[in-house]
Write a protein that binds this ligand. Structure first.
Ligand SMILES: NC(=O)c1ccc[n+]([C@@H]2O[C@H](COP(=O)([O-])OP(=O)(O)OC[C@H]3O[C@@H](n4cnc5c(N)ncnc54)[C@H](O)[C@@H]3O)[C@@H](O)[C@H]2O)c1
Length: 323
């Protein structure tokens, strides 16, 4: 591998706006090229080479990494393309709507001696990292219950309206709910039982799910409402000795002594009471992947089994595309 990590991004739509600046901000990375079938999407990045055909980019550029910010239904096809070119691959979530795809991708990555990661940003989101650390350390006693939510309206802005085509996006389970489920599988493992109720209509999709872990349970709500409801996400984790709450982008700890702490508040915020770094999860996930590659470490924050379990559960939901 050359001294700088040589990266290309394919898909320069919505989420690439979090990936491209992250790569550009890293001194030991050279963002060599970007690719989108719509040339105008790339105009705001004149400093890198532009392609409208990913195969041409992969043939012409000397690269180490392919970062995939394409619509969901293209993730596996392009991950395999990148891997077969001998590139390490990071792709946006979800890896796929099909349960057998994580195994195909990991098998190919192993055969080509490259690393693979899905950009599941909650695994790098400070408030969610705090919950995982509190659970692992037992700092606030046992976890009793949790509620997680991710609510918004149906996306109308995507290229070719692919989000509103269930075969290409999988709708709410695979677009928004997957964030919370992936975090659960990462932090707590697979639940003992899952139940879900869902209301799916043209242009709206809402679900509520109950995950029973035996000692504790988690309820989740996810929506694409047809009404123009502004996006909101958050959680309440009820431990024996504290309630951890993330709402309206504020993380708070309500302890059982009557105190309210804001450990993730920025350093210049007078509410900050405990040291914990605040940072951008999208930058952090890319930094983690880059550091693993540069330091020759495995990308072991996730694995094939976790990614497969997530799709397996989503595919069991009422009305799921691959049920
Ligand atoms: N992690 C998150 O918080 C988060 C947020 C939004 C989206 N996403 C994920 O990111 C992915 C992309 O979503 P988006 O909102 O950016 O979609 P988008 O439609 O805005 O962007 C996709 C881009 O891919 C381009 N494209 C389509 N086919 C192509 C091809 N064959 N070759 C090259 N370019 C092609 C389109 O022109 C478009 O610019 C989705 O899988 C979505 O689930 C993740």
């Amino acid at each position: 591998m050359s001294k700088k990590l040589r990266v290309a991004v394919v898909g320069v739509g919505g989420i690439s706006g979090a990936h491209i600046p992250s790569w550009m901000a890293m001194d030991d990375v050279e963002l060599k090229a970007i690719c989108d079938i719509r040339p105008e999407m790339m105009e705001k990045y004149p400093e890198v080479r532009h392609y409208t055909d990913c195969d041409e980019m992969l043939d012409k550029e000397e690269l180490d990494v392919l970062d995939i910010c394409l619509p969901t239904f293209l993730h596996v096809e392009y991950a395999l393309k990148g891997i077969e070119h001998g590139l390490h691959v990071i792709t946006e979530k979800p890896v796929s709507l099909h349960e057998d795809d994580p195994a195909r991708v990991y098998k190919a990555a192993k055969e080509h001696g490259v690393q693979f990661m899905v950009a599941h940003c909650l695994r790098f989101w400070p408030a969610y990292c705090y919950v995982k650390e509190a659970y692992d350390s037992g700092r606030y006693g046992k976890l009793l219950s949790a509620s997680m939510w991710r609510l918004g309206d149906i996306p109308l802005w995507t290229w070719d309206d692919w989000m509103r085509d269930e075969k290409r996006s999988g709708f709410i389970p695979y677009d928004l709910h997957i964030h919370d489920l992936d975090f659960m599988i990462y932090a707590f493992g697979a639940p003992k039982t899952v139940s879900c109720r869902r209301s799916k209509e043209p242009d709206q999709d809402y679900l509520t799910a109950l995950y029973d872990y035996g000692d504790f349970f988690i309820t989740c709500e996810s929506s694409w409402y047809k009404a123009r409801y502004p996006f909101t996400s958050g959680f309440r984790f009820q431990f024996e000795n504290a309630l951890l709450v993330n709402a309206d982008d504020v993380f708070s700890i309500y302890d059982t002594e009557g105190n309210v702490l804001h450990p993730l508040a920025s350093a210049d915020d007078s509410n900050a009471q405990v040291e914990f770094p605040t940072s951008d999860a999208y930058f952090n996930e890319i930094l983690y992947f880059k550091n693993c590659l540069m330091e020759g470490r495995p990308v072991d924050i996730m694995n094939e089994e976790q990614l497969t379990t997530v799709i397996h559960i989503l595919n069991s939901f009422p009305g799921a595309i691959n049920k």
